[in-house]
Design a protein around this ligand. Structure first.
Ligand code: S3P
Length: 167
């Protein structure tokens, strides 16, 4: 049994693709943000408001460390998980890491009306996506075992790319 961990930007489709991959392979699926919300009883933006981004990142790192001991699990991470070198070490050591690489134009279209992502609540969210992508793309690549092309934005196609690479 394996641990499959999906990484990539906000709006890349980690939750949709991860859930579908898990369903097809009879694996358990956990979305890190949803799990943090379930455990704290509040939404991610509220955690950012009360504890700051640093508080959210601590919770995220703790959860990653806890869940990556499991196998038979598909884990969708938050887009910022790769910022912490300790998280990157955990990812490379414990899971098959799949980077969903999606063009920033598509990311922008998918996230433009979303109020649940505190890092995009800025005056120029499109520019923010570009700068986050420039910063993070090399980090996603550094931890990835598999890079999936999400350019056409088709979740089924991304699932098949993962299946081909893992078999
Ligand atoms: C973040 C991405 C979000 C969530 C938080 C921070 C980021 O997750 O963890 O808002 O830093 O990119 P998604 O990638 O699931 O949107």
């Amino acid at each position: 049994m394996v641990l499959v961990v999906l990484v990539g930007m906000m709006g890349a489709g980690k939750t949709t693709v991860g859930r579908e991959y898990a369903r097809r392979h009879q694996m358990r699926f956990v979305d890190c943000d949803h799990e943090i919300e379930a455990r704290t009883g509040v939404k991610v933006p509220t955690i950012f408001e009360i504890e700051g981004e640093a508080g959210f990142r601590r919770r995220e790192s703790q959860l990653l460390d806890e869940l990556t001991h499991e196998t038979g699990l598909v884990l969708a991470t938050g887009g910022g998980v790769v910022l912490d070198p300790a998280n990157r070490a955990v990812l490379t050591a414990r899971g098959i890491v799949v980077y969903l690489n999606v063009p920033t134009q598509v990311l922008w279209e998918r996230t433009r009306n979303d109020r649940n992502r505190p890092l995009l609540q800025v005056s120029n969210p499109r520019e923010r996506i570009e700068s986050l992508f420039r910063e993070r793309d090399p980090l996603y690549r550094a931890v990835a075992d598999i890079i999936v092309d999400g350019g056409r934005g088709n979740p089924g196609g991304m699932v098949r790319q993962i299946e081909k690479a893992i078999q």
